[in-house]
Design a protein around this ligand. Structure first.
Ligand code: 8YV
Length: 348
């Protein structure tokens, strides 16, 4: 972990040296004890312990004077925050996604940004597949039927769903998590197709059977479309009216990436008109989703509270990597997982 410092032309701003006392950091959500204890050995740690994430005003007020920020995807980290809190030298995001961080604004101020790639791949892929199974086999609807006393007798036509074996799974975005979902789908006897802007076939060991297809073709041929692209300006509403219209009437949309990749109003309309078969969502455009949201009114739509990485093992690993990133930044070293390595003046 002792990566040598590689300062850029200007160097990461304001790195704290030994002998100046422990640097102050703000952690926006409670993190597992071992990671917190490790951080406390090298920093004065202020952990936000509110029931919800800090409001933007709370974030600014708690970040005044700190040099390190450990944020979650619920926190908007932008140029205005850094201007209000100019001592911040490093931002560590407790997530692989970093759409909540204005990275160009951080880079302009020479602030490295860390994320947590790799450690949450399997947990998130498992959850995506849980949504595939839940929607294809109507698990939540069936449980609700039991609780509501609608299980009267064994009925050969009751709660019929989609047979996964032999069906086609379309992976939208063939990064780490998309490929991990593809592996699971192959294990279930599914045909797997994938669309990616950058990946080339084969997608990796064990994925030789995955066929790369055109964007429209993915929607037209898949029985289940699973979304795995990062949220960026180019992917906002990547799945909209047009793409939903391309899908089979029986097909299911699963999203464990970011809510805004899917045009939620268009999805509501597709579910309302029955132009697709169902949806399984771990993420929504507004989180938490308001209780009156129309998405929550469809029996064939399962909405989860953004729990893709929510296993104990994974959350510990995420916190450890986020702390590694934060500590490296405080020391002026290259972050182990840095999304804007250009702050060091060298591409990595
Ligand atoms: C996090 C995630 O739980 O890593 C991501 O990008 O979406 C989840 O693993 C969440 O973003 C908390 O920061």
């Amino acid at each position: 972990m002792a990566t040598p410092a590689v300062p850029g032309p200007a160097g990461p701003r304001g790195a704290v040296g030994p002998g100046e006392g422990l640097p102050a950091v703000f952690v926006t959500r409670p993190i597992p004890d071992a990671a917190r204890a490790r951080l406390e050995r090298s920093a004065q740690v202020d952990v936000f312990d509110g029931a919800d994430a800090p409001t933007p005003a709370e974030l600014v007020s708690r970040c005044r004077g700190v040099v390190g920020l450990l944020a979650s995807s619920a926190d908007r980290v932008d140029g205005a925050l850094l201007d209000a809190c100019p001592r911040i030298t490093v931002v560590s995001n407790l997530a692989v996604g970093y759409d909540n961080v204005d990275v160009p604004a951080m880079t302009r101020r020479n602030v490295p940004v860390g994320n947590t790639p790799g450690v949450l791949t399997d947990a998130t892929a498992d959850l995506a597949f849980a949504l595939v199974l839940a929607t294809a086999r109507r698990v939540v609807e069936a449980r609700d039927a039991v609780l509501a006393g609608r299980w009267k007798s064994w009925d050969p036509g009751f709660m019929l769903g989609m047979e996964l074996s032999g069906s086609t799974l379309g992976i939208l975005g063939a990064g780490r998590i998309g490929r991990a979902v593809a592996r699971r789908a192959l294990g279930f006897g599914m045909r797997v197709v994938a669309w990616s802007r950058s990946a080339r076939a084969p997608l990796g060991p064990g994925l030789e059977a995955v066929e790369l297809v055109e964007f429209d073709g993915l929607f037209e041929t898949s029985d289940v479309v699973s979304v795995h692209v990062a949220l960026a300006p180019s992917t906002v509403h990547l799945v909209g009216v047009r793409e939903l219209a391309l899908m089979k009437r029986s097909a299911i949309l699963v999203n464990t990436a970011r809510g805004a990749v899917v045009d939620q109003a268009a999805l509501v309309e597709a579910l309302r008109t029955g132009s697709i078969g169902g949806a399984g969502l771990d993420v929504t455009e507004v989180e938490p989703i308001p209780l009156g949201d129309p998405l929550l009114s469809f029996a064939n739509c399962v909405v989860l509270p953004h729990i893709g990485s929510a296993t104990t093992v994974t959350r510990v690993a995420m916190a450890e990597l986020a702390v590694d990133n934060l500590l490296a930044g405080l020391r002026g070293e290259v972050l182990p997982a840095c999304v804007n390595p250009e702050v060091y003046g060298t591409a990595r």
